[in-house]
Design a protein around this ligand. Structure first.
Ligand code: UAG
Ligand code: ATP
Ligand code: API
Ligand code: MG
Length: 485
């Protein structure tokens, strides 16, 4: 594609070079640039892409999009100056891949918890409804049944557009995606033509990155501020910040709620280890998902489907057969002793509290709860003592352990967590650095019918220590320990 076409609708100055240059590919990482590529220099959180411009050229880049022009320009290379490279990357990628988002119905889901559940189940539902559908999620990206592995919840703008172009090529009509707060702030969704956005809830997370809770809330709000007029903005009316998300949006305002007045209403009739019994817009529905919080997720899914003009009856019928997303309240029960293992991705104080409250509400009094939980390294430190304290408050026994220590010392993360354990509760808490040993200990301590909650890693199949990811799977460990129980 010609450079002038790639730069359409982007205010820029061609400092040197030729607008007719053919661009063969786009890159933001110099290490991945190939012949004929366009390299965009991004000022990142840790590094400045401008320092890799020469490296990108040595790898074959023919065009450089940048904010700061270097003193020495290389011959045969076009240099394009823009005001903010992160801001234009989405438009650049959309131009290069010929605006795939305009050819898809796209709904982005944001909020602290529930994004993966809602996006994943929407993809399943819309496939059941007979559509070809794409998915961008924490667990994986998908084009219909084809799985494309991912390391991020929301990919960078180039990857998003590339995947969407592939979705269009494979006749997809819809794409459901998660919009993380990091992605919104970094402009990864820039240039996308969204048809709807969903707000689930907001609670403590990622303060390491956003600084204050207010900035974290405003990061989520930006998704709604940027929506076009033809889109819908669907918010959780029961969340204190739901209404705020709609303050400056041009989109049509819709809501869902269990308590407040809303466009889409549901009532929780019963909640058990077998599933949820709900009333959605005055119709009774049985669902296989567990926990009050999933009533919100299912209602949001219903709302999106109706707003995308699917048949309400068919949607309600299909919702009742939807299964949970991998690692979200996944249950395993040992044969002989009926010990109940629950693997859940709760890695925020709010998620942990919700999951534990759900278990407390539906368990039999005699069934004890043993919780295994850790907190990620190189992530929000403030949530560590809070998560430990919630675990202690709502469980009979707690084992604090490691969850992706990354570049931090696991022992120090655990010390931060221990600060949330009150003196009087110390007797029900143990600390075991090795996650496998922690799960083994929990099984050793469990009586028949006890409940073991393994929180924080959900679908993850690795433990990341000092930059190296080794295979680790909570579910796999539990399964092998349950074999003889
Ligand atoms: C803190 C953060 O969000 N970083 C993301 C961000 O990187 P960055 O632009 O700040 O990168 P940087 O390392 O400072 O480098 C600046 C630029 O130099 C380039 N570079 C760097 C080195 C080199 O040799 N050559 C080169 O060209 C980089 O490609 C980059 O363009 O943009 C990159 C491209 O989009 C992301 O891959 C990267 O995610 C990192 C790996 C990450 O761990 N992010 C996590 C925190 C994240 O985004 N998580 C959210 C989910 C959170 C949740 O809700 O749970 C997600 O969406 O996954
Ligand atoms: N609507 C909800 N409200 C509160 N907690 C929820 C909700 N949905 C799920 N959870 C809890 O949060 C955990 C994570 O859920 P999910 O993966 O759907 O969220 P997410 O927003 O995608 O998270 P991430 O930002 O890490 O990708 C679940 O395992 C469950 O414990
Ligand atoms: N997307 C979240 C996931 C956290 C999951 C938990 N297992 C951890 O590694 O901290 C993050 O990157 O903060
Ligand atoms: Mg997610």
């Amino acid at each position: 594609m010609k450079l002038s076409t790639v730069l359409a609708n982007i205010p820029h100055t061609l400092v040197q070079g030729n607008n007719e240059e053919e661009v063969l590919n786009l890159e933001i990482d110099s290490r991945k640039v190939s012949e004929g590529g366009l390299f965009t220099a991004i000022v990142g959180a840790e590094m400045d892409g401008h320092s890799f411009i020469d490296k990108a050229i040595s790898q074959g880049a023919k065009v450089i999009v940048l904010e700061n022009v270097p003193e020495n320009l290389q011959d045969g290379v076009s240099y394009v100056k823009v005001k903010n490279t992160s801001d234009v990357l989405g438009i650049l990628a959309s131009n290069f891949y010929v605006h795939p988002s305009k050819q898809l119905k796209i709904v982005a889901v944001t909020g602290t918890n529930g994004k993966t559940t809602i996006a994943t189940l929407l993809q399943k539902l819309f496939m059941e409804l007979g559509h070809n559908v794409g998915l961008l999620s924490t667990i994986e990206n998908k084009i219909n049944d084809e799985i494309i592995p991912t390391k991020l919840t929301t990919p960078d703008a180039i990857t998003i557009n590339k995947l969407m172009a592939e979705m269009v090529q494979k006749n997809c009509t819809h794409c459901f995606m998660e919009a993380s707060s990091h992605a919104i702030v970094q402009g990864r969704l820039g240039g996308l033509d969204l048809d709807g956005a969903v707000f689930t809830n907001i609670s403590h997370d990622h303060l390491d990155y956003h600084g204050t809770f207010k900035d974290y809330i405003n990061a989520k709000k930006k998704l709604f501020d940027d929506l076009p007029k033809h889109a819908f903005a669907l918010i959780n009316q029961d969340d204190r910040r739901g209404e705020y998300m709609l303050q400056n949006t041009k989109a049509s305002k819709k809501s869902f709620a269990l308590k407040a007045m809303a466009t889409f209403k549901a009532k929780l009739i019963e909640n058990s280890f077998e599933g949820l019994h709900l009333e959605i817009n005055n119709q009774e529905v049985w669902c296989r998902l567990i926990g009050d919080f999933n009533a919100y997720n299912l209602l949001a899914i219903y709302g999106v489907a109706v707003l995308l003009e699917e048949d309400e009856q068919e949607v309600l019928q299909l919702i009742s057969s939807l299964d949970t997303a991998a690692g979200r309240f996944e249950q395993l029960i040992s044969q002989k002793e009926q010990i109940r293992g629950i693997v859940d991705y709760a890695h925020t104080p709010d998620a942990l509290e919700n999951v534990l409250k759900t278990i407390n509400n539906i368990r039999d009094e005699s069934e004890r709860i043993i919780t295994i939980v850790g907190c990620g390294g190189n992530r929000d430190k403030e949530k560590r003592p809070i998560m430990a304290s919630k675990a202690v408050e709502l469980s009979d026994l707690v084992i604090l352990t490691s969850d992706n220590p990354r570049n931090e010392e696991p022992e120090l993360i655990l010390q931060d967590m221990q600060k949330g354990v009150e003196m009087g509760a110390a007797s029900k808490v143990r600390t075991i650095v090795d996650r496998k040993e922690a799960i083994e200990k929990a099984c050793e301590m469990a009586y028949p019918k006890d409940i073991i909650l393994v929180a924080g890693k959900g679908h993850e199949t690795y433990q990341e220590v000092k930059g190296i990811r080794s295979h680790f799977d909570d579910k796999e460990v539990l399964l092998s320990l349950f074999r003889d129980r």
